[in-house]
Each structure stands twice: as C-alpha cells, then as structure tokens.
Design a protein around this ligand. Structure first.
Ligand code: CA
Length: 222
C-alpha cells in the first residue's frame, strides 16, 4: 500500500517508516500538519496515518480539510489521548479509526488492514526463499513441501526475514517488528527465539538463516 505518515516526532516517524517499509508498503513521511495536508491532497494514498498533535495544523484539522475537498483516503488517527471526547472529535473530523499511543505493531497493522479495506487491498502473495514457502493467506509455512509447525511469534519472525531476503536485520528491528514498540523484551529473548526458529527451519544441510555478528540475522538463498 501507499501510506502517508504525518508525524512530527522523529523517533516515531522513523519507526513507522521502517516497520511499514519492511512490511512491503511504500511510505511517505510528513513532519507537520501543513506539509501532510499538501502531500495528501496532491498524491494518492491507500491510507493516511495521522498524528493528532502536530505543528502547523493539527491532525483533526487536516482530516476535516481533506474531507471538505472530498478526499476519501482512509485516515487512521494516532493519538496520545484516549478520552471519549477526543475520539469523538477525531471521528467527527473525518478519521476512519484511531489508535492510542503507545501501540503494538500488530495492532497497527491490523487497523491499517481494516481501515484500508474500503480501498483495494492486494492479495497477499506467497513468499519464497530457496525451498521455504510462506503463504500469508493461509498462515502456512513449508520447507521442501513439508509443513513446518511454528508458534505465532516464530511465524512473524520468519515472515520478517522472508520479506527481506538477503538483508541483514538488526536485533532492534526484530524486537520492534515482532514484539512491538517500546517492548520490555531483552535481546536475549530474540536469540532464544532465533535458535528455536532455526531448529525448525534449518533442519537439513542447507542453512538459510545466518547470524550477522554484532548486528543481527539474515535469511538468504544458499
Ligand atoms: Ca505529535
């Protein structure tokens, strides 16, 4: 999907940009409300992730002005507040849904899918690295035609690697992508999960998952 992220906190916008890109989306970032509004009305997006508290023009105003221009792009509001009146104001201004910070990446992706359902969602394609095939539609993984039994986290981990074949992925990125933003999980946990994943995926002679020393891990064709 083409996603516009309007967010003024650099750390947050970087995390969103990286995570959504890793999920295969095209991401454009705007750092304030006016810029966000200008980009949103001049280019087509599948979804707009819109922070509420923004310099220039706040998120509610951006959403309302876009609706006034008959721009129907689905808007997912990101808010640090969760009082009922703020949510009602946000939805009244034209947002389709809202997400209260802090949120997990799982929840964000689920909401993005839900909000964008009105538009066209591309069918998920099977991912393949060597003889490992991951079918997102069926949530099923095989290696050499044999089904692998993975836990939900192991599945997410593997999906992250298979969406980025040949690319080194840092432990930090793994933590954020699989466990969510601001997680309390330690890097040791990543190692433990990686060990389990490798025991299930790399059982034969040809190894696909590799350690990148001092950084993280990579999955690649042999
Ligand atoms: Ca903000």
């Amino acid at each position: 999907m083409q996603i516009l992220v309007v967010e003024d906190e650099p750390r947050m916008s970087e995390l969103l940009e990286r995570t959504l890109s890793e999920e295969g989306h095209q991401v454009v970032v705007a750092g304030d409300g006016c810029q966000g509004f200008d980009i949103a009305r001049s280019s087509a997006f599948d979804v707009i992730l819109l922070d509420v508290t923004l310099p220039g023009m706040d998120g509610m105003t951006v959403a309302r002005k876009l609706r006034e221009l008959r721009n129907q792009t689905p808007v997912l509001m990101l808010t640090a507040r969760d009082t009922a009146s703020d949510i009602v104001t946000g939805l009244d201004s034209g947002a389709d849904d809202y997400l209260t910070k802090p949120f997990s990446i799982d929840v964000l992706l689920a909401r993005l899918r839900a909000v964008s359902r009105r538009g066209s969602i591309p069918q998920p394609m099977c991912l393949q690295v060597a003889d490992v095939v991951l079918d997102p539609a069926r949530h099923r993984v095989t290696r050499g035609g044999e089904a692998l039994s993975l836990t939900p986290r192991e599945y997410k981990l593997l999906e992250l690697f298979m969406r980025n074949p040949g690319r080194a992925i840092s432990r930090d990125t793994i933590l954020e992508s699989v466990w969510g933003f601001g997680t309390e999980v330690s890097e040791n946990t990543v190692e433990v999960f990686m060990r389990h994943l490798r025991l299930k995926v790399d059982t034969g002679e040809i190894k696909l998952i590799h350690t990148v020393r001092g950084f993280g891990y990579m999955m690649r064709e042999p």
